[in-house]
Design a protein around this ligand. Structure first.
Ligand code: MN
Length: 291
């Protein structure tokens, strides 16, 4: 199988607040060359690099807002997030856990630092990824998958090199916990210094990785340090990474959804008319109610 080479390494630029609880780099689609089409089905990635939040009796976060047409995937690395939505779903995303919310036809939700965590404050590190839905599934019913670290499939690397947590898709026969609408592989790789891992995905799948801690080399030639994002070319299938020092790496690969994208704020549909319909439905209260 041919080697999948890196296209480029992206050092995220400026940060901004989402609400008052998430201080994020918008990597997708904010970085040049990372349009929603280029890296479909991953259409948005906000990365809250490690940031200390001081203790607060009023939890910080984002108040009630709608989504339609896609899924939001929240991965908590440090800190805890409490979530509530208008379909009655809710819960706490603890450290190491993932929340996979299918907004689809529409939900209202809110995302805040968990109450007790907020009182103590601490280091906060989080990824939110939006995974697009194909036209035929955009108006399917909302659902919610709460995936704890313990529920994830795990693959142990050779020579005690670390572990790969399979959030979605599969790795070397280990299947992920999340169900997805289109083929998506989402892997959390926790590696010890010197640990090595090989990956293989169809060349047409859009593939990238985010280094959350430590530093790695890709294919023995490119170095990707912490808080950097690396985009692969669609030229081959196989690549390998090695940890230069203890590393945490999020690997994402998915089959592109080759459909038109119409995007406005919290809505991602196929046409402008569908976006207008989303605003109308939202204004009419058709997304439900959430205090
Ligand atoms: Mn949201």
């Amino acid at each position: 199988m041919a080697i999948k080479n890196l296209e480029r390494v992206i050092t995220p630029s400026g940060k901004h607040y989402v609400g008052d609880g998430f201080l994020v780099h918008n990597i997708i689609p904010g970085s040049q060359g990372l349009s929603m089409q280029r890296i479909s089905p991953f259409i948005m990635m906000d990365y809250n690099a490690p940031h200390y939040f001081s203790p607060s009796n009023t939890p910080k976060g984002v108040g009630v807002h709608p989504h339609r047409g896609f899924e939001t995937v929240t991965i908590a690395y440090k800190g805890k997030v409490e979530h509530h939505d208008s379909s009655g779903g809710g819960g706490v995303i603890g450290e190491g856990d993932v929340q996979w919310m299918t907004a689809a036809s529409g939900v209202l939700h809110k995302e805040f630092h968990e109450k007790e965590w907020s009182k103590k404050g601490g280091d906060f590190q989080m990824v939110q990824l939006w995974v697009n839905l194909p036209a035929k599934d955009k108006m399917s019913p909302p659902k919610y998958q709460s995936i704890t670290q313990a529920q994830m499939g795990k693959y142990h690397l050779s020579n005690h090199g670390g572990v790969i947590e399979v959030i979605a898709g599969q790795y070397n026969g280990i299947t992920g916990a999340a169900s997805t609408f289109t083929p998506v592989h989402l892997l959390n790789v926790r590696m010890k210094t010197g640990g090595k891992a090989e990956f293989s995905f169809p060349n047409k799948y859009n593939t990238a990785l985010l280094v959350l801690e430590g530093s790695i080399t890709v294919n023995d030639k490119d170095t990707v340090p912490a808080n950097n994002f690396a985009l692969f070319k669609n030229d081959g299938e196989t690549f390998f990474i090695e940890a230069i020092k203890n590393a945490i790496v999020l690997v994402l690969s998915g089959e592109p959804i080759n459909e038109p994208i119409a995007h406005h704020g919290p809505f991602v549909m196929n046409t402008k008319e569908e976006i207008m319909q989303a605003f109308e439905d939202f204004n009419m209260g058709k997304f439900g109610y959430l205090e």
